[in-house]
Design a protein around this ligand. Structure first.
Ligand code: JHZ
Ligand code: ZN
Length: 411
């Protein structure tokens, strides 16, 4: 890792404004997906602070860590959750419905990970192309029949892909837009690569859900921005692109799916839900700092309650095992300073994560078999967004469950 792999944010990423107000400070935290190979390995921590733009209401981190450090070798696999695979099938169907012109033409997925979403389009007869900077994941996707370019999305990459493959009828980008620093160049790339009658579908964790459900653990260095719809309208319009529909979807604790087309494509009508969503954001008070400050207070309550619960369980001589060595889990555990004094290990079904230690707290990550062999009175479900799936697959353990978000609860 370079000595100083980050820079400070001086102005708003989407509007250039400089009135940035801090509302959440989670202290110093290591990179949430930088799993540690052995106990002696050194580790760097960086400030984890969220700012609110007084001009356009974008929430954003106060620093940007070099993306090459975080994303060239990536341990998160989209295909691990059945819930997400189902979500991808539904997304592919919704995209096709929104763009009848696409027929079986080229679909490109930005940040295609191990190719999970593109497999859904392939099943529907499309030719597909993935773009993802993680070289390890590109190899896995290729082996599964999804051609993948191991690069970061940019306008210059878009230009060269357009020359090589022609323009895409459908471009998708799920859970990546929040990772992007140069959002203007990202949008320029879309405008260059999207066919005249094509659509771009972008999906990201929605700020309204983030605030309403106190999902503060989804703050980590990969997530540079926390989006409302509002800042995106002017961003995309600067590149001749227009938002024509939105849909709230439950994945990852509540995400917004946004449909975008070339502004001069009159064949696709703009749906009333765009205006309705913008009004809802305004009437919800999200253009004022108040809900953000209350959210930060609630995060402190969760910390206090979770520590108290862990202490009580240990005092009763009982054991806690974590499930899901997720990025969000690492934010939670590091913010609460909950480590092996409370949690014996964390189970994860991702082969890449096993037999590593979590960043910061250095809790061992083990495979499912380890859970079946251990004594386990409580399972702390770190990816609360997949709570139902994890409860179903661990029902045989007979343990109680703890979830920390939206509030500390024992199930
Ligand atoms: P999960 C990731 O965050 C990273 P994370 C990324 N930056 C992003 O934006 C968000 O997703 C959206 C495991 N698991 O999906 C797999 C099982 O082992 O909530 C994962 O390690 N068995 C791209 O990491 C973790 O839990 C299971 O049955 O916070 C889930 O992590 C299931 C369901 C999950 O995302
Ligand atoms: Zn702004």
């Amino acid at each position: 890792m370079p000595l100083n792999p980050y820079h400070d944010v001086k102005s708003c990423r989407t509007c250039g404004g400089q009135k940035l107000t801090k509302y959440l400070d989670l202290g110093l935290s290591p990179l949430a997906n930088s799993l540690v190979k052995d106990k002696a390995a050194p580790e760097s921590s960086f400030p984890l602070v969220v700012l609110y733009c007084e001009d356009c209401s974008l929430s954003q981190l106060s620093i940007v860590v070099d993306p090459a450090v975080m994303f060239r070798d990536y341990c998160y696999r989209s295909s691990i959750s059945q819930t997400f695979i189902k979500h991808c099938d539904e997304l592919a169907a919704a995209a096709k419905q929104a763009c009848p012109a696409a027929k079986n033409q080229l679909v490109v997925d930005i940040a295609s990970n191990d190719g999970t979403l593109l497999q859904a389009f392939k099943k529907k007869g499309h030719s597909v192309l993935g773009v993802d900077p993680a070289r390890n994941l590109a190899q896995i996707a290729e082996a599964a029949g999804v051609p993948t370019v191991a690069e970061f999305w940019s306008s210059s990459l878009a230009q060269s892909l357009a020359e090589k493959h022609g323009r895409a009828s459908i471009i998708t980008a799920t859970n990546v837009f929040a990772h992007v620093d140069r959002v203007d160049d990202f949008a320029l790339g879309i405008s260059k690569f999207l066919s005249k009658d094509g659509i771009f579908v972008v999906e990201f964790p929605y700020l309204v859900d983030f605030i309403e459900h106190t999902e503060f653990d989804t703050v980590y260095h990969e997530h540079l921005s926390y989006f409302l719809l509002k800042p995106l309208v002017s961003l995309f319009s600067r590149f001749g692109l227009e938002i024509f529909g939105v849909q709230e979807v439950p994945i990852h604790g509540g995400s917004l799916r946004v449909f975008i087309k070339h502004a001069d494509n009159a064949a696709i009508a703009v749906q009333p839900n765009v205006k309705a969503t913008l009004s809802k954001e305004e009437s919800g008070g999200y253009h004022t700092i108040k809900p953000y400050r209350l959210f930060a207070d609630r995060a402190q309550v969760i910390r206090k309650d979770l520590i108290a619960l862990c202490k009580q369980i240990k005092a009763e001589g009982q054991t806690i095992i974590g499930y899901g060595a997720s990025a969000k889990g690492n934010t939670l555990l590091n913010f609460c300073q909950i480590g092996t004094q409370y949690i014996d290990m964390i189970i994860d079904d991702t082969p890449e994560k096993r037999d590593h230690l979590t960043p910061g707290q250095r809790i061992p990550i083990r495979s499912r078999e380890a859970l079946d062999k251990a004594r386990c009175d409580y399972i702390l479900i770190l990816p609360w967004n997949f709570k139902d799936e994890i409860m179903r697959k661990t029902a045989n353990v007979g343990a109680k469950y703890i979830v920390a978000i939206p509030r500390v609860t024992v199930l």
